[in-house]
Design a binder for this molecule. Structure first.
Ligand SMILES: Nc1nc2c(c(=O)[nH]1)N[C@H]1C(S)=C(S)[C@@H](COP(=O)(O)O)O[C@H]1N2
Ligand SMILES: [Mo]
Length: 317
């Protein structure tokens, strides 16, 4: 099933027009994609998705320059963490039909010269949608390799023009118990909040995601727009974002607030810093049996290690 790296994709195989993809705008090692022509998905893999034309491309045979197999679409969309729809891995796929990702409004505010409230389509305008295959690593020691569609967060940060005093960006998920029934329960404090240091947020690998496997982002994966920071544990990748704010002080992210001995602000993937209740040295790639070693910064050390030079990553975990 292995095919050559960086094979050119004929335009007849491009994914849907409603997801504008520029395959030439890949970043570094993260994304050049090869593809073959036959179809691979069973109809049961689709769930309730309306967009099916991503079948034009057989993603199951795609390998990225990461030289790793993609995690199957069925796993990416049925094994999830999204506590707003329940704490079990299969709860988000089962319960997230109540989320209405259109119309969707995003507020940009805090310390910036150009705050605003945007309809989703206007919010994403400065970012050209591109394909990027990223290694994903959950703090619970499972991992996946996922082909996302989206753009660098930096695009919308540049438009907002953060002030000189802004040092962090905070994101919030929708807070609406009608759409997110799990918010009836106090397992976490709602709304879910995440944050990044401004330089992390401006790093080209840091991505706002609107699609996966060439189709509109399913509700369980954080529709209509979510964050992906591939060198950090998955909980930094806040889903169904309704606001971003520029701050001078470090925001308190949800999991740190919930258990600060266990979850920090930085949450960089680090095999040498164990979670208090388990090792982070190895991980189970979904679909595999044997555990594999976890890589420093999830394999993105060349790109991001300099962001943390001089910091003790055991303290800033
Ligand atoms: N709003 C919100 N965002 C969230 C979560 C959540 O519970 N609520 N879970 C996080 C965790 S722990 C992980 S591992 C990833 C999982 O993303 P995926 O289901 O798309 O793989 O989403 C993150 N984003
Ligand atoms: Mo996670």
């Amino acid at each position: 099933m292995l095919i050559g790296k960086s094979k050119k994709i004929p335009s007849s195989e491009m994914t849907p027009e409603n997801v504008y993809i520029n395959r030439r705008e890949f970043i570094g090692k993260s994304a050049a994609i090869g593809a073959s022509t036959s179809l691979g998905w069973r109809s049961s893999d689709f769930g309730g998705l309306r967009e099916r034309r991503f079948l034009q491309k057989d993603w199951s045979k795609v390998r990225s320059e990461l030289d790793e197999e993609l995690t199957p679409f069925g796993d990416v969309t049925s094994y999830n963490n999204f506590y707003e729809f329940g704490t079990g891995k299969s709860d988000p796929a089962r319960n997230s039909h109540s989320l209405k990702p259109r119309p969707w409004t995003i507020e940009v505010g805090g310390l910036c010269d150009n705050p605003g409230t945007y309809d989703l389509a206007d919010f994403i305008k400065p970012g050209k949608i591109e394909d990027r295959v990223y290694r994903m690593r959950c703090v619970e020691a499972w991992s996946m390799v996922i082909p996302w569609q989206g753009f660098s967060l930096k695009n919308v940060i540049d438009r907002a023009k953060p002030s000189g005093s802004a040092r962090f960006v905070e994101f919030q998920t929708l807070n609406d118990v009608e759409q997110m029934p799990g918010q009836r329960y106090g397992v976490l404090r709602w709304p879910y909040i995440e944050g990044l240091r401004l330089d992390e947020a401006q790093h080209p690998l840091t991505m706002l995601v609107t699609g996966v496997y060439g189709t509109t982002l399913p509700n369980q994966n954080g529709a209509p727009i979510r964050l992906i920071v591939p060198w950090k544990y998955g909980f930094k990748g806040i889903k169904s974002i309704v606001s971003m704010r520029f701050l001078e002080q470090m925001p308190t992210n949800t999991w740190k607030r919930s258990a600060s001995q266990e979850y920090g602000f930085y949450a960089n993937v680090n095999p040498d810093v164990p979670h208090p209740r388990w090792s982070q040295a190895r991980e189970r790639r979904i679909g595999e049996f044997r555990r594999r070693p976890t890589l420093m910064f999830n394999g993105y050390a060349d790109e991001v290690a300099s962001l943390y030079s001089g910091m003790d990553l055991r303290i800033h975990y």
